[in-house]
Every structure is written in structure tokens, then in C-alpha cells.
Design a protein around this ligand. Structure first.
Ligand SMILES: [Zn+2]
Length: 432
């Protein structure tokens, strides 16, 4: 191997320890984890597992293997493999993310959603597909049955459809089955069903996977948001708490007080606890998401870590720019902030932890800047920041952090710097 030009701290993909640049590019894990250096990351992960040394790569390996299984299932059902975007979406589902697929018609969103439902159904999970119309619900149902047969699903009896085009008898039969099936199920309905029979659905066991095929249509009834959240196993109280939290955050951004900050921390904790009850994941798809970003839509973000607004333009005059890699990245960030002055948010990668954020803050301070290392919402910090008493706020790039959301200081925040690449997608947004 070449001589190391740099050693990265916290960068081994498995143990999170030190790793040389050569190893990082070539293998991804350090010598301590795995002395050898051949094979791709998947092979490396499998070797680590064989040696009982899997750490951070455990999750990676699980998703790769699960996807491999899914890929075969997909091919059996359809006769061809998923394409690149479908692979990305499938892996996000396996990693347990709630998310929106915003892509034009014809790229295979619905097919992915349907095959995933069948795949999970085969694994005895509870799945629910929501479509905008009776015709689509019926089509999806027929496809589900034919794909199920091709994929070798032996018991399609719990694949159930309900829509306005069914006869009275068929409807009654479907409702009865929905009430009875407490184990695996693949339910296909229109979004109208949630309005008419939502209460009945709230009584059955939560779903593991909910796929909304046309999110624009779905969001026309704002109450559907509450219902979607409940379908995943969250309690109705969680919606109230999330709304309250959003309200307090907005207030806090305008003027802070000790009481408000304490209330915020308390509510955050309660919402965290409510969120832990979630059983399933939600995937919504659409060609666009046109709906206004209402308070109710923010519930998705709050309770499901779901960024609906990400696809809309809420960013005022924000330019994205990045620095080419190489050299001391903290040094570059310091130069940048010195050049551009106060009113800056600096984000550090969540994966590198608080210690790294502290290091960055310290370097900025040494450069003569007035720095605030964000820990939690403290009284008067925002005021001091907006009055220029603080030049730079440094914090982790976590999408939960109030630093990254709901900071309503457009006059003060002039730019943001990411030191390193945020490991999770993140957008800074200034609420209207
Ligand atoms: Zn390592």
C-alpha cells in the first residue's frame, strides 16, 4: 500500500477509529478491524461478521443482504431487476426511513411500492397501499395478485381491496376481513377510505409499511396526516404534542425566555417518547408535492423525521457552494467565516460527534470570532445572535436540531457552512 498522506480520525467505517487515507479509499475499514485489504465493502463486511468484529458496518451489511433478497423477489415477480432509483428507494425502506419519492410518472415509483408491499407481505408483515382512485385501486389489486403468483406467494388470501367500485356485498366482505386479519395483510384502498372508514382502521393492529401512491391527493384531506401517523402505531396524543412543540419552537425563535426554553425541552422529550411507539414506516410518492407546508404537514416532519418541505422552495436567496477537498478542512472553514463575517451557522457532521463540533468552535474562537457552541436551546442565545453579540453558531448537522429548523432570523443568518459532508440529507429552511 502507498504511504499514508493523511490519517483521518473517527473515519473507519466499522470501528469509527483512525484510518489512513489509502485504507479509507481502498477498503473503508482500518487495519485493526481487518488486516487484509481486498474485496469490496460488502465482502469486507462479511469477513468482519465471520470474525465476530462487526460494529458500525452491521447495519450496512443487514441492508445489503436484505436488498439482495428483495432484488431476487422483484425479478421473479416482474422478470427484470430494479433499476438504480428503485434500488435507492428500497434500501431506504430497509433502513427504516420515512420519506417522499418525488419523481415524474413512469420511473417506477408505484411498482416499487407494490413489489415492496408483496415482499413484506411474504415476510408476514402488515402492509397498506393507498391510491387516489377506485380504478387505480382495482388495477393495483389485480397486479398484486398476478405478481404474487409469479413470485410464488402461496397464501394471497390476505390481499384485500376496498374501493367505491365494489358491490355492497364485496365491500362488507372486505371490511369484515380487514377487522379479522390481525396478522399479515396487504390492504389496498383509495384515500377516500381513510375518510369514510378511518375509525375502523384505527382499531386494527398498526401497519409495518404504508405506501401512499399520490401524496397530493392524499393531502387534500389534512386529517389524513393524523390518520397516517396513527396507522403506523403512534397515539393520537402524539399529534397534539407535536403541534404544541412546533408552536413553542416558533415562539422561541421570536423571543426566548427561560420558561419557554424549559417547556421546549420538556415537550421535545415527550415527543421523543411518543415517537418511540412507531411500528411502521411511511413512504409517500408523487410527481410533485404541491400542498402548502401547513402546521399539520409539519407533523410528518416532527413525528416521522420526514421532510415534506424539502421539495418546496422555502429558501430565500441561499446559495450552495462547496470547497474542494484537500488540506485542513477546519482551517478552510475558519478562513471562510473570517472572510464573510457574522451571521453564520456552522454545521459539523453528526457522525463525528460533539467532540468534533467543539474542536471547530475552538478554532473559530482562536481566529477571533465570537462563537456559540449550540448544546440546547438556552435563554437569550438567539437574541444575542441576532444582535450581533455572537458571530457564529456551531452545531451538529442533525435534522432534529432546532439550529437546523425553525430559526426565523432571515435578517441575521446570512450563510451556513458545513464542515465536512452531512451524512444525512439536510436542508436549512427558514419558515414563513
Ligand atoms: Zn476500524
Amino acid at each position: 500500500m502507498e504511504e499514508a498522506r493523511a490519517i483521518y480520525s473517527f473515519a473507519c467505517a466499522n470501528c469509527g477509529g483512525e484510518i489512513t487515507d489509502g485504507r479509507l479509499l481502498e477498503v473503508g475499514v482500518c487495519e485493526k478491524c481487518l488486516p487484509s485489504s481486498d474485496g469490496g465493502l460488502l465482502e469486507v463486511a462479511e469477513k468482519l461478521r465471520a470474525e465476530g468484529k462487526l460494529e458500525k458496518l452491521r447495519e450496512y451489511l443487514r441492508i445489503q443482504l436484505e436488498y439482495e433478497d428483495f432484488r431476487k423477489f422483484f425479478e421473479k415477480a416482474l422478470g427484470f431487476e430494479p433499476w438504480a432509483l428503485q434500488e435507492v428507494w428500497a434500501k431506504r425502506i430497509f433502513s427504516g426511513d420515512n420519506f417522499a419519492i418525488v419523481a415524474p410518472t413512469g420511473v417506477g415509483k408505484t411498482v416499487l411500492g407494490l413489489i415492496m408491499a408483496l415482499y413484506l407481505y411474504r415476510k408476514r408483515r402488515r402492509c397498506y397501499l393507498i391510491t387516489p382512485s377506485s380504478i387505480l385501486a382495482q388495477q393495483l389489486y389485480e397486479k398484486a395478485l398476478s405478481f404474487a403468483e409469479r413470485a410464488g406467494i402461496r397464501d394471497p388470501g390476505a390481499i384485500i381491496v376496498y374501493h367505491g367500485g365494489l358491490s355492497k356485498g364485496e365491500k362488507a366482505e372486505a371490511l369484515k376481513k380487514i377487522g379479522e386479519k390481525s396478522g399479515r395483510i396487504l390492504l389496498i384502498t383509495t384515500d377516500r377510505f381513510l375518510v369514510d372508514h378511518g375509525d375502523a382502521l384505527m382499531k386494527v393492529k398498526a401497519f409495518d409499511y404504508v405506501f401512499v401512491d399520490d401524496v397530493d391527493s392524499f393531502l387534500k384531506s389534512p386529517k389524513n396526516i393524523d390518520k397516517a401517523v396513527a396507522l403506523l402505531g403512534l397515539r393520537p396524543e402524539s399529534v397534539e404534542k407535536a403541534l404544541k412543540l412546533i408552536e413553542v419552537r416558533v415562539k422561541l425563535a421570536k423571543s426566548s425566555s427561560k420558561e419557554l426554553a424549559e417547556e421546549y425541552e420538556k415537550l421535545s422529550e415527550e415527543v421523543r417518547r411518543e415517537k418511540a411507539r412507531r411500528r411502521g414506516i411511511l413512504v409517500v410518492a408523487g410527481a410533485t408535492i404541491r400542498g402548502r407546508r401547513t402546521r399539520r404537514m409539519m407533523i410528518f416532519e416532527e413525528l416521522l423525521d420526514f421532510e415534506v418541505g424539502r421539495f418546496q422552495e422555502f429558501v430565500r436567496n441561499i446559495e450552495d457552494f462547496y470547497l474542494k477537498e484537500g488540506g485542513d478542512i477546519i482551517e478552510k472553514a475558519v478562513e471562510l467565516v473570517k472572510r464573510h463575517g457574522g451571521g453564520c451557522l456552522v454545521f459539523t457532521p453528526h457522525a463525528l460527534g460533539r467532540a468534533y463540533a467543539e474542536k471547530v468552535a475552538e478554532r473559530l474562537q482562536q481566529a477571533g470570532l465570537k462563537v456559540y457552541l449550540y448544546q440546547k436551546m438556552e435563554t437569550d442565545v438567539l437574541q444575542r445572535f441576532s444582535e450581533g453579540e455572537i458571530d457564529v453558531m456551531v452545531g451538529l448537522a442533525a435534522s432534529r436540531s432546532p439550529l437546523t429548523r425553525g430559526l426565523d432570523l432571515p435578517a441575521r443568518i446570512r450563510y451556513a457552512v458545513f464542515v465536512g459532508v452531512p451524512r444525512r440529507e439536510l436542508r436549512i429552511r427558514f419558515d414563513e
